[in-house]
Design a binder for this molecule. Structure first.
Ligand code: NAD
Length: 301
């Protein structure tokens, strides 16, 4: 059965270009009414213009869909609340939030100004927090919501020159982990998307493939699944160039060590601690404590 979003309202941040634009076009093509949010600034977050978002709305309308623009910066909580009010006034609900807006201020940590670190964290992490907070009570009240955080391989695995960006992107994984637990009873499902695509953000990287092979449109099917009625929750979906993978935060079985020489034992048994045989994906943070207590109980029984 075709995946449809008829009757649903979606907010896509940073939807004036790149991945956000593709996500918004696809949601609208499949029946959703979409808020096209974009500040319209440069890649480093400077400046602003409504024209890119307006062009996306025009494209959706020309194809027979429904969309409105919004120029709030995701860093401005009052403006974000006003954006959500605008969607509620027009369409009466918000089913889907795609936290996609983002900026880059790459530099090695040695050369990075604190302000550039703070700014990138503010846009990616606090931007997603602001938008999610502004829709959370609405979704709880509806007993329905689908939220995606756009993370990155730079956060999950690190990337030279992106300490600010990587830290913000991994923070979104932590936000997703807890919100998926807290949202479950109201059928609010929260997931992360880790995309790879040729956009303005990655245009300097140089690609070994033709640019069409890295089209953002090849990421969007993964996003659509993560915001669909049948979405999973707490997934980290990697997507790019037609490849789809899933990332996990895992915990090894580990060992039990106490005593005077515990530091030396930790060093000596680090290979055993690191052994991935039988590793698990904990359902929640408390699982780590449970595993440790179980080891201690066994040792003391
Ligand atoms: P992009 O620069 O084309 O899109 C980002 C959009 O966010 C821009 O249109 C920009 O105007 C908007 N934006 C920036 N700051 C904003 C703010 N404060 N409020 C509202 N809108 C704002 O880049 P993209 O590659 O399409 O990036 C989309 C998302 O995907 C970002 O979160 C990015 O970090 C993430 N990502 C992209 C890649 C990739 O390979 N392109 C890889 C990993 C993660």
């Amino acid at each position: 059965m075709a995946m449809r979003f008829d009757g649903q309202v979606a907010i896509v941040t940073g939807a004036g270009g790149g991945l956000g634009r593709e996500h918004a076009l696809a949601l609208a093509a499949r029946g959703a009414k979409v808020v096209i949010n974009d500040l319209g600034g440069a890649r480093d977050g400077s400046g602003g213009s409504a024209s890119a978002a307006e062009a996306v709305v025009a494209e959706i309308e020309a194809a027979g869909g429904e969309a409105i623009t919004n120029a709030a910066s995701v860093t401005d909580y009052a403006a974000v609340q006003a954006m959500v009010d605008q969607a509620m006034a027009k369409w009466g609900r918000v089913d889907i939030l795609v936290n996609n807006a983002g900026v880059l201020r790459d530099k090695t940590f040695a050369k990075m100004e604190i302000e550039d670190f703070r700014f990138v964290v503010d846009v990616h992490l606090m931007g997603a927090v602001n938008c999610t907070k502004a829709v959370w009570e609405i979704m709880r009240g509806q007993n329905y919501g689908r939220i995606v955080m756009t993370t990155s391989s730079s956060g999950l695995y690190g990337n030279f020159g992106q300490s600010n960006y990587g830290a913000a992107k991994m923070a979104l994984v932590g936000l997703m982990q807890t919100l998926s637990i807290e949202g479950a009873k109201n059928d609010i499902r929260v997931n992360c998307l880790a995309p790879t695509a040729h956009t303005r953000m990655t245009e300097d990287l140089g690609a070994a493939l033709p640019l069409e092979a890295l089209s953002p449109a090849l990421v969007t099917p993964g996003l659509l699944y993560l915001v669909s009625v049948d979405a999973p929750s707490r997934a980290i979906l990697a997507a790019g160039a037609g490849g789809f993978e899933r990332a996990y935060v895992t915990l090894t079985q580990g060992v039990f060590i106490t005593g005077e020489d515990a530091p030396e034992q930790v060093a000596a048994r680090f290979d055993a601690i690191s052994d991935r045989t039988g590793e698990i994906v904990p359902e929640m943070g408390a699982a780590q404590g449970m595993i440790e207590l179980t080891k201690a109980q066994k040792a003391h029984s």
